[in-house]
Design a protein around this ligand. Structure first.
Ligand SMILES: NC(=O)c1ccc[n+]([C@@H]2O[C@H](COP(=O)([O-])OP(=O)(O)OC[C@H]3O[C@@H](n4cnc5c(N)ncnc54)[C@H](OP(=O)(O)O)[C@@H]3O)[C@@H](O)[C@H]2O)c1
Length: 198
């Protein structure tokens, strides 16, 4: 995928897999918005990406938005600002998330609720804020970063997240196929960099 001058928005882009993806986008001359909650870490990541872009001479523009993906209204506002800053989003990577593993009967209900808020509704809020614009533009790619565990269908929060935000691995309905240039993909973290960006 040619990312030159494309706007790639990565939730959870200030650390870990999200930051690694952002670095790959910069190498490919794309513009990046990274989204996360902690302002200091976001600014640090933005500075690193800008230094990388300068060193490589890619001309990439880097932006950041501090927002919690569990807050639908704040997400809509922050992503509108991101679009205003770097233009319409060409590639959305929903990567922000967390997991608390344990035996089902040993995890309290608050844990399930919190996981659903971040890993399911957090993804839904972000996709919902940008999907309409992609339909209108007849252009855009959406990637949902899940977990290898989703394949085994053992942890409810990952399974729900993968299968239901946009229908998971289902093929787009005919109406959507007519409108959209691309369908969404769900990839595991270990596959993310090579599948998405290679
Ligand atoms: N690493 C693995 O082995 C592994 C395995 C299975 C699945 N995954 C999935 O892969 C994704 C990335 O994992 P990772 O290990 O790279 O994670 P990580 O290093 O913990 O980084 C998580 C990123 O998401 C942000 N984030 C977390 N909660 C957020 C929220 N509510 N709103 C906005 N941003 C939020 C964090 O920043 P702030 O805390 O500042 O918000 C950070 O930028 C996650 O969805 C995770 O569930 C990872």
């Amino acid at each position: 995928m040619d990312l030159t001058d494309k706007h790639v928005l990565i939730t959870g882009g200030s650390a870990g897999i999200g930051m690694a993806l952002a670095q790959e986008v910069v190498k490919r001359k794309g513009n990046v918005t990274i989204v996360a909650r902690t302002v200091a870490r976001l600014i640090d990541a933005k500075t690193q990406l800008e230094e990388q872009a300068q060193k490589l001479g890619t001309g990439s523009r880097i932006a950041c938005q501090a927002v919690d993906v569990t807050d639908a209204a704040a997400v809509r506002e922050a992503l509108a600002l991101a679009v205003r800053e770097l233009g319409p989003v060409d590639l959305l990577i929903c990567n922000a998330g967390s997991a608390k593993l344990g035996y089902f009967h040993e995890l309290d209900l608050a844990t399930f609720s919190q996981q659903m808020q971040v890993n399911y509704f957090g993804v839904l809020h972000v996709v919902h804020a940008l999907y309409g614009d992609m339909v209108r533009r007849n252009q855009g790619h959406i990637v949902l970063v899940g977990s290898a565990l989703s394949s085994f269908e053992t942890t409810p929060h990952h399974v729900v997240r993968r299968q239901h935000v946009l229908g998971g691995n289902r093929r787009p309905r005919a109406k959507e196929r007519g409108q959209l240039a691309s369908a969404s993909k769900a990839v595991t973290p270990d596959q993310a960099i090579c599948v998405i960006l290679m």
